[in-house]
Ligand binder design. Structure first.
Ligand code: AMP
Length: 284
């Protein structure tokens, strides 16, 4: 695996690969890699000839300074995992490479209502930061296909919107969420959980499963939501949201009309265990 610190060198490498007729797959990450990330690498390897991964903890997408400071960093292990997974190139830029003129006063993207609900409402500025870094990464890498995880459901929709705004031909491939044996969605932030909180954390998955079962049995969303919130608070969570949304638009889809129309729906949860914020979702 070739490691690039500078966009110019990475772009030259990618141009060579493209000239040789190769398709480029790209997996952007913030490091502290787990099997969920490696599943994206595998999907990219199956679909394209050259897989490029990036590791960059993007400061502009953190609305909470201590979350940024405490974000896990395991670069040596990450490199070993990517080598073992057969990743072809790793882009490992410094902040100055991504934001040569600093991070103040950066461009603003029109994300419409997507930015006003769920993660957008609870993490002001987060999706602007995601777009700022993704625009730069996509311009530098110019892949044919981009692989991202359903774990970050709303982020996939935001990036899809960014690709439209960029009039980009890049194909976004959304990959299923990898889970621990007890159902907890794999996440770099899980490393920050205490042993006790790690055990409690599985309540999010249990909640999502419960929501799905109860909806299938025709129980009303108001009742289910109350049960779900109780399950989470009993496990020690501080809840940001437990919502049911139209899977295509993320607009609220909890009423009887939505249920009757059989539109695809997704249940989404964001909640804190002490200082660690976890998110997960499930199509229902
Ligand atoms: P992150 O490093 O958290 O920014 O994640 C990098 C990419 O990996 C994003 O597209 C995530 O959605 C994806 N990802 C994170 N966790 C998982 C998981 N458990 N299963 C599948 N993909 C994931």
């Amino acid at each position: 695996m070739i490691i690039f610190k500078y966009a110019e060198q990475l772009a030259r490498y990618i141009q060579q690969q493209k000239t040789a007729g190769k398709q480029i797959g790209f997996v952007p990450t913030m490091g502290a890699l787990h099997n969920g990330h490696l599943a994206l690498i595998n999907q990219s390897k199956q679909a394209t000839a050259v897989t490029v991964c990036s590791i960059f903890v993007n400061p502009t997408q953190f609305n909470n300074p201590s979350d940024y400071q405490l974000y896990p960093k395991t670069i040596e292990q990450d490199i070993a995992k990517l080598e073992a997974a057969g990743c072809d190139a790793l882009f490992l830029p410094a902040i100055a490479e991504m934001y040569p003129r600093g991070t103040a006063g950066l461009e603003h993207y029109d994300l419409g209502y997507l930015e006003t609900l769920l993660e957008g409402a609870f993490r002001p500025g987060h999706f602007q930061g995601v777009c700022q870094v993704m625009f730069r990464l996509l311009t530098m890498v110019q892949p044919h296909q981009l692989f991202m995880g359903q774990k970050d459901y709303q982020q996939c929709m935001v990036v899809s919107r960014l690709l439209t705004l960029m009039q980009s031909p890049i194909q976004l491939v959304t990959c299923p969420t990898l889970r621990e044996p007890d159902g907890l969605a794999m996440s770099s932030r899980n490393m920050r959980l205490s042993a006790e909180d790690r055990q409690q954390a599985t309540a999010i998955y249990q909640c999502l499963t419960h929501i799905k079962e109860q909806l299938n049995q025709g129980v009303s969303w108001g009742v289910i939501k109350e049960q779900a919130e109780k399950m989470l608070t009993n496990a020690g969570f501080r809840i940001d949201y437990v919502e049911l949304a139209n899977a295509n638009t993320l607009e609220p889809a909890s009423d009887a009309q939505a249920a009757a129309s059989r539109m695809p729906r997704v249940a989404l949860i964001a909640a804190f265990l002490h200082e660690v914020r976890l998110i997960d979702n499930m199509l229902v």
